[in-house]
Design a protein around this ligand. Sequence first.
Ligand code: PLP
Length: 443
Amino acid sequence: MAVSETGAAPPLPAHPDPQLDAILVGSLPHELSYAIGGPFHLLLPDRFDANAAAFQAVLGEFGVEGRVYYAKKANKAAAWIERCALSGTGVDVASAGELRDALGCGVRGEDIVVTGPAKADGLLRVAVLQGCLIAVDALDELERVIDVGRPARVLLRRLPPAQPHSRFGLDDGELATALVRCREAGLEMEGFSFHLSGYDPLMRAELAAELVDLCLKARAMGLRPDRISIGGGFAVDYTDAEHWERFLRDQRPEHYHAGKSFTPADFYPYHSPVAGPDALRAVLTADGLAARLREAGVQLLLEPGRALLDRAGCTVFRVQGVKDRPGYGIVTVDGSSLSLSEQWFNSEYLPDPALLPAQASPGEPYAACVGGATCLESDMVTWRKVRFPTRPAPGDLLVYPNTAGYQMDSNESPFHELALPPKIVLDTADGMTRWRLDRPPLA
Ligand SMILES: *Cc1c(COP(=O)(O)O)cnc(C)c1O
């Protein structure tokens, strides 16, 4: 008996991706699932390159000098960093491990920016010795940079006046002290930075303009700042406006397993009319920022994470079991919600998973939530009842779209002694797509 589909949540399909779909409908996903015996992530590094180039192109459009640094925390794979090393895209790291990995994959120290608060002495020492650009977040950290006793390149990170409760950055008084210390200690003070929460381009433009003024003031003190970093926070557009608005309007607790409810404001904004490189264009247009940067001879540095990984990966689970409940079903997959990090932020990853049946079998639409193969009630890969075209069956695959940005590996652990899902890189050359392992998963 077909389970009623009326209880399904409103659909939220990811933007179509014909090129990836052509790979997914072939035998490769099933072959890989069989070989690996568990869930896996697919990575598309060509997309990463294209995203980085698109950001760089926007800087070019405005005649603004600057560069893109990939915020490494968004995904641990080596594939992205290897591409950075080859293309000259910079890398933003926040720990000794991330710095080691970037250097080990061939990224040069001068192409690395080190962010993160209260950086450990070991990280600061290597960063200074390798000529990385260090975003200084506090006065005591500045002293520890000076204590390394070698020429050091620094940015001073500004506490955003619009987010005074942020725990990051230096306030006005601290900035004044830091500038004096930079001059006394003979540091290469290259400029200023900030990292704003949220995705508002206007807020970024306003604070960037203030940092340009700070550069001019610091030059009057005899320092030579010539760059500012506006951090990350370029939105990713996962779905179209129509589906998104309908989802927000119509979703309610009955659409979720166990009557679970979410506050819409806690969802990531899965649709953004202005996203990725367009958001950079919006920043540069607002407040005449581009002209101010050019006139002041100040470069613009960006540290996007999520936006560089847009459409650069997906996550594949195998259906292990299906059971019926009144009005819907529970699909259990061969992994856990640790591989879909949004599920750990009291939120839900909303782009709909796609069903890849092992055998084509026409059937009735079927609504089901998706649970992980663990003994936790709370381990739900998808709480909501997704409308599938037919009742999933063991051996079918579920593909979660666009998961490279923050979803794949921020929270993964070998819970229940389930193996960490490997990352499979799809390399395209000479019109041929081949797969390889990224490297053993980093614990
Ligand atoms: C996390 C982070 C980023 C990247 O943010 P996205 O929203 O992924 O673009 C950039 N810079 C710093 C300092 C960060 O902490």
